[in-house]
Each structure stands twice: as C-alpha cells, then as structure tokens.
Design a protein around this ligand. Structure first.
Ligand SMILES: Cc1cc2nc3c(=O)[nH]c(=O)nc-3n(C[C@H](O)[C@H](O)[C@H](O)COP(=O)(O)O)c2cc1C
Length: 232
C-alpha cells in the first residue's frame, strides 16, 4: 500500500502518485487502491453521518462517473432521481417501512445466525432513520430492454455510483424495500409510466474508514468451468 507522505514532505513539482512498483505493469493502475475500493465498498447504514450536508456537486461528480457504465445497445435510458427535500424524504421513508419489511422484525433473534443478525440490526437502523439520510437516489430506467429486460442496463451504473461515492468518503447502500410500494413512490415523485425504479440508494458521508473485505465463500467453490459443477 502506498502511504501518503503528507503535504510537508512533497515539493511542489513532485507528483503524489504511488511508486511505479505498485502499478500494474501493463495498465499502470494502482492495484492496491483499486482492489481496496472493490473489496471494501460495503453496505453502509449505521455509519452514515446524518448531520453532514452533501454538496450537490459531489453527487453530480459521482453520477458522471457512474454513467460511464454499460447499457444494452448503449441505450442509456436511465434517469437519476436525487431526493434531498426533507418532506419528500420522509414520505419515501414511510413507503420504505412497509408491511413486508416491518414483518421481518418479527423473526426472533435466536432463529438467526450472528452475522445475519448484524445485517438485520443494521437494516433496522436504516429503516428507522431513512428520512434523516441527506440524499436518497432512485435510479430509474426505461422498462424495455433485450433478452434480460431492463435490470442489466441500470445495475452496473448503480454499483459504479457506490464505488465512486466510497472513493470520495460517502457511504451508500443498495436497497429495494421501498419497491413493495413503488407505485406510490412513482406518484409521489412524478415518475412516468414506462420507467422502472431499480432501487433506492441512501447516501451520506461516512464516519471512520476501516471498512474491511467481507467474508465470502471461496471463489473456486462458486466457479464452474465448461459445465455446471465441473472444476476444469
Ligand atoms: C438486490 C439487493 C437488494 C437489497 N435490499 C436492501 C434493502 O432493502 N435494505 C437494506 O438495508 N439493504 C439491502 N441490500 C443490501 C444488502 O443487505 C447488503 O449488500 C448485504 O448484506 C451484503 O453486505 P455488504 O454489501 O456490506 O457486503 C440489498 C442489496 C442488494 C444487492
């Protein structure tokens, strides 16, 4: 990992980039930073700073990066609904706390493994504080698409947005709970028919920066070669 030497030790004509040894020889990319970004962009809920304003320009900058993502036939039929107005956020939070989501609370903690319990607790925190998150983004996309429908033309950009936000100190979380009441959300926000809401992304600056890679099953166990179930 490159360490930032700090402004004092850098002369004005020095470029503060990682040493060449840490760059991929072919691409020139700083893999340590790229890999850290990819492995530590987590669902951030409890660590969203609900008190710190988020400048409009930062959101636009991250969206500008996000829309470099692919879409089917390069159609780019996406729209990004950025909600910052307090009463509108409160109304969306009300739709998010719908019957289905609230009934998830009924599961007794003893029935759930500890890791899942942490996710549930974290999700519960977001559910209870959603209206206080300064920015809610609802990515929308035209409801048409190729063989796989509209979803593949918006989710690559959603993830790029989350990565871009993380790189600038903002946390986010891909959520879908409000979609149980998507029609009411469409009416509230004036989303025309023919556009699907992909998800809802709460966004705020995060506190602390010790996000870690998640525990996942070994990729070898999840990857088949040439035939389902085959390892070569
Ligand atoms: C399709 C999808 C739907 C999700 N819906 C919600 C949601 O409604 N509420 C929520 O708090 N988190 C939601 N999440 C976030 C996941 O719970 C989270 O990504 C998962 O627990 C893994 O955590 P990590 O991203 O930190 O690795 C969703 C994620 C995905 C990909």
């Amino acid at each position: 990992m490159a360490t930032d030497p700090g402004p004092e030790s850098a002369s004005s004509d020095e470029v503060s980039e990682p040493p060449a040894a840490e760059r991929h020889p072919a691409t020139g990319l700083d893999l340590a930073t790229v890999d850290r970004l990819l492995t530590t962009t987590r669902a951030v809920r409890r660590r969203l700073d609900l008190t710190r304003p988020v400048p409009r320009e930062v959101i636009l900058e991250c969206l500008r990066l996000a829309i470099q993502a692919p879409t089917g036939s390069n159609a780019q039929t996406w729209r990004w609904l950025v909600v910052t107005d307090g009463p509108t956020r409160a109304a969306i939070a009300g739709l998010y706390r719908n019957r289905v989501v609230m009934s998830a609370r009924a599961v007794a903690p003893s029935d759930v493994d500890p890791q899942q319990q942490r996710v549930n607790d974290s999700a519960g925190y977001l559910r209870d504080h959603l209206e206080d998150v300064p920015v809610l983004v609802i990515p929308c996309v035209e409801e048409k698409g190729g063989a796989a429908g509209w979803a593949p033309s918006i989710y690559p950009a959603v993830w790029s947005l989350m990565l871009a936000l993380r790189s600038r100190g903002l946390g986010s979380c891909l959520t879908t709970a409000h979609l149980f009441r998507r029609d009411e959300a469409a009416t509230l926000l004036g989303i025309p028919s023919g556009y699907a809401q992909a998800c809802l992304i709460p966004i705020a600056y995060y506190t602390g920066d010790d996000f870690q890679p998640a525990v996942r099953r070994p990729v070898e166990d999840l990857t088949y070669w040439n035939h389902w179930g085959a390892d070569r």
